[in-house]
Write a protein that binds this ligand. Structure first.
Ligand SMILES: C[S@@+](CC[C@H](N)C(=O)[O-])C[C@H]1O[C@@H](n2cnc3c(N)ncnc32)[C@H](O)[C@@H]1O
Length: 358
């Protein structure tokens, strides 16, 4: 049974309540992608491509981007609605930006669960806005706070956003430097599962000479797998749903001499069928604050569609994910290649004919 998302219900309730002037909705990864209604005078900025596509289809005025909000002018909105994100630097950045973007007497509405830190963020926001804290509990452990902008920005102590908006060159444990930033999966470390996959990849495909042709990094993040593959004689495509990940991956591949193309997609759904000899993937197992096997199945379904009939997909997953069981619905040949006690490596071959979507 689907869990009721009370925080999202609150977001929709606010957006559907008529208010004077223009509203901005900051829609982060924790928003379900099946939003239908499109109320008037609401602009949306979202950092997730699947959500962007579904909001566009439903008629919303929506921009896909990394929440830098640089192109939005100061004092241009009367109301901003934001359900807090997972990462503190991003939440701080968006609260700071909301303050800048609001007109005088405009209102920022923050929504979130107590376990997500809403109480602390609301307190900090009240201090930034220099107004008393106005908050209320709505359902379960979901809280809402409302903050009116009654003073201008010059005398404000901004929240520490760790320079969220900028990509930064960061040294990692392996001695390499990558462009990365908060908001991207594992932005400060190499994922151990991905490192395991790269280590074993030549043996998984049988021979390094088979790492050629068209290769897809599905869910590329800042591009660790892409970077490690870029020295092979391949045509590389890297794709992700997350705007910050796409920017970072692109910058990393430019730094290597412009290797490959980086494109947005929802689990590869916007890429051509039967196009790839090799797909490498460390799939996400959660969307926003919730986990979902539906997302894993979408990755498998799309991989089966994207692979050439004689292509091979190499996946790494956390040990607790039953990828083998799910994968047999999409591939005739599913092999558990290795298991190091934390992560499993699987090869998927001979894709079954796929339905258009799942
Ligand atoms: C486990 S991370 C792996 C990242 C990277 N490949 C690595 O090895 O570090 C999964 C990635 O899938 C991306 N992702 C999540 N949902 C997605 C979707 N619907 N379509 C495409 N990518 C998605 C996330 O943004 C994240 O970058």
């Amino acid at each position: 049974m689907q869990r009721v998302d009370f925080a999202f219900q609150q977001v929709m309730q606010y957006l559907n309540t008529q208010s004077q002037g223009r509203t901005l909705w900051l829609a982060d990864e924790n928003t379900p992608s099946n939003v239908s209604l499109s109320p008037p005078n609401v602009d949306v900025v979202c950092n997730r491509y699947d959500l962007f596509l579904s909001l566009q289809r439903a008629g919303w005025s929506c921009t896909f981007g990394d929440f830098t909000l640089y192109t939005h002018s100061d004092a241009s909105f009367d109301r901003i609605v934001y359900r807090i994100s997972k990462e503190k630097p991003l939440v701080h950045h968006l609260i700071n930006q909301a303050f800048r973007l609001l007109k005088k007497n405009g209102c920022l509405i923050l929504i979130g669960d107590k376990s997500e830190g809403i109480k602390t963020f609301s307190r900090k926001t009240a201090s930034l806005f220099q107004t008393p804290l106005v908050e209320r509990k709505v359902n379960g452990s979901v809280w809402v706070s409302e903050h009116i902008k009654s003073h201008q920005t010059s005398d404000t102590d901004w929240l520490d956003d760790q320079n969220y908006a900028e990509l930064r060159a960061q040294s990692f444990d392996n001695g390499k430097t990558y462009y990365t930033k908060p908001g991207i999966f594992g932005w400060q470390k190499i994922d151990k599962g991905s490192a395991f996959l790269i280590d074993q990849l030549p043996d998984m495909v049988g021979d390094t000479s088979l790492i050629q042709g068209s290769v897809l990094d599905l869910g590329c993040g800042f591009g660790y797998l892409s970077i490690e593959l870029a020295h092979y004689p391949i045509q590389l495509t890297s794709t992700d749903n997350n705007a910050a990940a796409l920017l970072a991956c692109s910058e990393n591949l430019i730094a290597l001499g412009n290797k490959g193309q980086v494109v947005p997609s929802d689990a590869g759904a916007q890429l051509p069928s039967n196009a790839f000899d090799l797909v490498v993937c460390n799939p996400p197992f959660h969307s926003g604050f919730s986990t979902s096997s539906e997302l894993t199945q979408r990755f498998l379904n799309q991989t089966a569609r994207l692979l050439k009939p004689n292509g091979i997909a190499c996946f790494v997953v956390n040990q607790h994910i039953a990828l083998e069981k799910l994968a047999v619905s999409y591939f005739r040949d599913v092999k558990l290649f290795a298991d190091n006690g934390h992560f499993k490596l699987l090869t998927l071959q001979a894709p079954k004919k796929q339905k258009d979507s799942i």
